[in-house]
Ligand binder design. Structure first.
Ligand SMILES: C[S@@+](CC[C@H](N)C(=O)[O-])C[C@H]1O[C@@H](n2cnc3c(N)ncnc32)[C@H](O)[C@@H]1O
Length: 207
């Protein structure tokens, strides 16, 4: 991966360890060398994972649609475990990550490769109808949110396309179980097969 983009990804606020970020980049690059259909990311936050996926999109002349309402998940709100006071907007009493996301993407020179979609991921999925090469799920981590993203978006992944799920922990003491429940739903549906695990990132192929 381009060294400048790698340094930007590493310096960006977020929840993506370096090895998992590199796995996002490598799987996206590989996928887009076979199909240039767009990729979807759910959960942009400040753009950390978007830089890894966007770098691959730029190299392969495809695009990443990165979806987020930019108001933070439940666990990012005031008083919760993953709250960041620097991202808090006292006017709305919610998080506001859109300015930082836009800054990250512009600094990385990825404005033509990463398209911000601002809104509720499930609402957007109801109006979407384009086949996608790769879906990365890293939005809300409640069962309602995570399963809603899987049910709303996985139908658009083309054959041999990829589904990547972040924060998959079987053991509840390591993190919430919702992404794991999504992983179980996907593998038991017989529509997806697990092909790799990098940290908490599961990589599945659409059959
Ligand atoms: C864990 S963070 C994403 C981290 C990011 N991928 C990174 O690499 O740092 C989850 C994001 O999902 C967004 N989110 C949660 N529920 C959502 C929903 N229903 N629709 C759109 N975005 C949502 C939050 O605003 C938050 O920015």
């Amino acid at each position: 991966m381009n060294e400048e983009l790698l340094q930007i990804a590493k310096a960006t606020k977020g929840f993506m360890p370096d090895d998992e970020g590199m796995a996002l980049y490598n799987y996206a690059l590989d996928m887009l060398s076979m199909s240039r259909s767009p990729m979807i990311e759910i959960g942009s936050y400040c753009g950390k994972s978007s830089v890894y996926l966007g770098a691959a999109a730029k190299e392969q002349r495809s695009v990443l649609f990165s979806i987020d309402h930019h108001r933070g998940s439940e666990e990012n709100q005031l008083g919760w475990e993953h709250h960041d006071p620097e991202l808090y907007d006292p006017t709305t009493e919610k998080l506001e990550t859109l300015p930082l996301f836009r800054k990250t993407i512009t600094l990385a020179k990825l404005d033509e490769s990463v398209i911000a979609v601002i809104g509720n991921s499930k609402t957007v999925s109801r109006y979407w109808n384009i086949p996608i090469s790769l879906l990365f799920i890293d939005g809300g981590h409640s069962l309602f949110e995570a399963m809603g993203d899987y049910l709303g978006w996985s139908q658009f992944i083309q054959r041999d396309g990829l589904l990547l799920i972040h924060d998959v922990f079987e053991d509840e003491s390591q993190g919430g179980r919702a992404p794991y429940e999504v992983f179980v739903a996907a593998t038991s549906s017989k529509s997806f097969k697990e092909i790799d695990t990098v940290g908490s990132l599961k990589v599945l192929k659409k059959l």
